[in-house]
Design a protein around this ligand. Structure first.
Ligand SMILES: Cc1cc2nc3c(=O)[nH]c(=O)nc-3n(C[C@H](O)[C@H](O)[C@H](O)COP(=O)(O)OP(=O)(O)OC[C@H]3O[C@@H](n4cnc5c(N)ncnc54)[C@H](O)[C@@H]3O)c2cc1C
Length: 325
């Protein structure tokens, strides 16, 4: 019987929201192969999170837990040791997870060790070993066939509905005898972004600014709208490269892939590499002074205006609407 193993990231004793689309992709693959869904939770002390995930079920048969001090802070080296050990011990036929930066880093290592093919950033499960994915920065859709005793995949979060709790609780099993190593890598420091805002790839609303904002100080107006809507701030690569805002706010092909309920793109032209990171958003609003820009081709609502004029009015209207609630 096929066994699909999905790597689940956790924090504060619970599943990270960005892992849920990967569980959905794994469940779809388990269904396509007539197999079982298994989840892998790993960290220095992941027991509480594993119990919460097992209680929520998610259609999984078993939650496999690997607890080891070497697993934190994250390194692809130590994580891939565990992924390989877990895959071998349960006899996984497929291994995957959401295409987050950690899984995009660790899974290819594990795939190489296992001699397994990897289908990256899939957008669709078409068959037991056939996946849909975008090619040429989203200009075309391809079908990827991967063959092997074990196959690996990462799932683009914007293309799979987040898994919801349900079904019978899963059992919990420890991955025994695994001794992960950082293989000589030393994490010198870890700087966490301190922000009261939700994480960019988990936020329900994202307000992004582009080169047309001209300088970092002008992002204040976007931050005001972001905070009114309880969202996260994003940016185009042109804006991050110019140092207007930190690089971790970059949305796009080489930045974060987001799929919020509402994406507001301000002074962003809509280059294909930017669209690759946000076009899965449910509702897209574009504000740009040039009505010919490609961002308007993906926008549900477009406003041809200068942000200097549009943003204060928009903030005023949102504030008034919220006060009237
Ligand atoms: C390999 C590769 C990977 C890349 N990865 C990414 C990625 O991950 N993310 C990403 O974003 N880009 C990425 N890029 C860069 C991408 O090609 C574009 O250069 C970039 O997205 C442009 O950013 P922008 O829209 O902010 O700037 P521009 O294209 O310069 O657009 C600025 C926009 O602001 C508008 N504007 C100007 N002034 C105003 C005003 N006062 N009011 C309203 N509108 C105004 C203009 O009309 C224009 O549309 C990548 C490129 C390559 C080659």
């Amino acid at each position: 019987m096929s066994k699909v193993l999905v790597i689940v990231e956790t924090g504060d004793g619970k599943v990270r929201a960005h892992s849920l689309p990967g569980i959905t992709a794994g469940a779809q693959l388990a269904q396509a192969t007539g197999g079982e869904l298994h989840l892998l939770v790993l960290g220095a002390a992941p027991q509480a999170a594993a119990e919460a995930i097992a209680a929520a079920g998610y259609g999984a048969k078993t939650v496999h837990v690997a607890a080891h001090a070497e697993l934190e802070p994250f390194t692809a080296e130590a994580w891939s040791d565990v992924i390989v050990a877990a895959a071998k011990s349960i006899g996984a036929t497929a291994i995957g997870g959401t295409a987050t930066s950690s899984i995009r880093d660790a899974l290819p290592r594990a795939a190489a060790v296992l001699g397994a093919p990897l289908a990256p950033e899939i957008t669709k499960v078409i068959g037991p070993n056939v996946f849909g994915r975008e090619i040429w920065s989203g200009r075309a859709l391809g079908e990827l066939v991967v063959e092997g005793a074990v196959i690996c995949f990462t799932a683009r979060p914007s293309e799979f509905t987040p898994a919801a709790p349900g079904g019978a609780p899963a059992t919990i099993a420890a991955i025994a005898g695994v001794a992960p190593s950082k293989h000589g890598v030393t994490v010198i420091s870890l700087e966490k972004t301190q922000s009261a805002r939700p994480a960019l790839n988990e936020a329900k609303v994202v307000v992004s600014g582009g080169r047309g904002m001209r300088e970092g100080a002008n992002f204040k107006v976007l931050e005001e709208l972001t905070d009114l809507l309880g969202g996260a701030l994003g940016a185009s690569r042109a804006a991050t490269d110019a140092g207007m805002v930190p690089a971790d706010l970059q949305v796009g092909q080489t930045g974060k892939v987001v799929a919020p309920n509402l994406y507001i793109a301000v002074a962003i032209s809509g280059a294909i590499q930017h669209l690759a990171g946000m076009k899965g958003s449910k509702v897209i609003v574009a504000i740009n002074k040039n009505g010919e820009e490609p961002i308007f081709q993906v926008a549900d609502y477009g406003l041809v205006a200068k942000w200097e004029e549009a943003m204060p009015k928009m903030i005023e209207l949102v504030r008034a609407r919220m006060a009237a609630r």
